[in-house]
Design a protein around this ligand. Structure first.
Ligand code: F6P
Length: 320
């Protein structure tokens, strides 16, 4: 393996830069040529590749976003697009590719892999929705951002004796909501993996308000089908408590990555290069029980996530 490419794709996540840095520097250290591919698969189709040197990835470890830029490419999701991507990789004589991104991006990598390109998938998404890995790069930072918001919202909610619903990201996965709810001491967490019973939420608010609780923090994952505004209206009507909503949105995707995200990204990036040097089959890289693992890419993407019922129930117990 002489020449490898690296791209970041899909929604950006804090730690993507740390992964790119590790791929570039570990690749150079092993005598490879490393090409950065800009704007994900979109840039690959437009042949936006640049040879990277150590200095190109200096001063990025601590930065959110991605210096390679990212995109959600519709063009790539067609047979024609995938063939075009293979032809660009061939023109640049790329022998192996590292894809840093979420589920859709790694599936894109799988398509290239099926056409003969060795692909290493590095899990870069705040959503934590990939079944084969315990954590994805950016998740820890996103939850930390939500925790900061919860602390601030608790102050003002207590002062006004209000209910606040904090809507967080995660696509169809409730992990950001659950981890932030548990670590932030939310009274209630609503996730797409479990039905949301708003009447029961109202009952609990009334009960705990009668016991003297001054604030009620509800974390709602964006994947829950009921609009946040409707939930807020119902709670206010039924409980008589003023209810506000805060949608954290893209705030969760920015910011300097935490130690955990930097470390995970660095170790996954290094592992990807190590495997590409061995001319390995395509793999999905991640972490299981604190160890860096590499699984067959296709098999890893077929795994289904198990919902952590224990964690969910604990939130209910602690938030009463
Ligand atoms: O996958 C990451 C994510 O931030 C999701 O949590 C969210 O649903 C989505 O991306 C938003 O995507 P976009 O940046 O295209 O609006």
């Amino acid at each position: 393996m002489k020449r490898i490419g690296v791209l970041t794709s899909g929604g950006d996540s804090p730690g993507m830069n740390a992964a790119v840095r590790a791929v570039v520097r570990c690749g150079l250290d092993r005598g490879m040529e490393v090409y950065g591919i800009y704007r994900g698969y979109e840039g690959l189709l437009d042949a936006e590749l640049k040879q990277m040197e150590r200095g190109n990835v200096g001063d990025i470890l601590q930065r959110g976003g991605t210096i390679l830029k990212t995109a959600r490419s519709k063009r790539f999701q067609t047979e024609e697009g995938i063939e075009r991507a293979m032809s660009v990789l061939d023109t640049f004589k790329i022998d192996g590719l590292v894809v840093v991104g979420g589920d859709g991006s790694l599936h894109g990598g799988l398509e290239l892999s099926k056409r003969g390109m060795p692909v290493m998938g590095v899990p870069g998404t705040i959503d934590n929705d990939l079944a084969y890995t315990d954590y994805t790069i950016g998740f820890d930072t996103a939850v930390t951002t939500v925790l900061d918001a919860i602390s601030k919202l608790r102050d003002t909610s207590s002062a006004h004796e209000r209910v606040v619903i904090v809507e967080v990201m995660g696509r169809r996965c409730g992990d950001i909501a659950m981890y932030a709810g548990l670590a932030g001491g939310a009274e209630e967490v609503l996730v797409p993996e479990r039905p949301s019973d708003i009447k029961e939420v109202c009952r609990k608010i009334i009960e705990s308000a009668n016991r003297g609780k001054q604030h009620h923090i509800i974390i709602k994952a964006e994947g829950v089908d009921i609009p946040t505004m409707d939930i807020a209206r119902e709670i206010q009507e039924v409980t008589g408590r003023e209810t506000k909503q805060v949608v954290l949105s893209y705030l969760q995707r920015g910011g300097s990555p935490t130690m955990r995200d930097r470390l995970l990204a660095t170790l996954c990036g290094a592992k990807a290069v190590e495997l590409l040097e061995k001319d390995s089959e395509s793999k999905a890289i991640g972490t299981v029980n604190g160890h860096i693992i590499a699984e067959d890419l296709e098999e890893a993407l077929e795994e289904t996530r198990e919902f952590d019922t224990g964690l969910y129930e604990l939130i209910g117990v602690l938030g009463k």
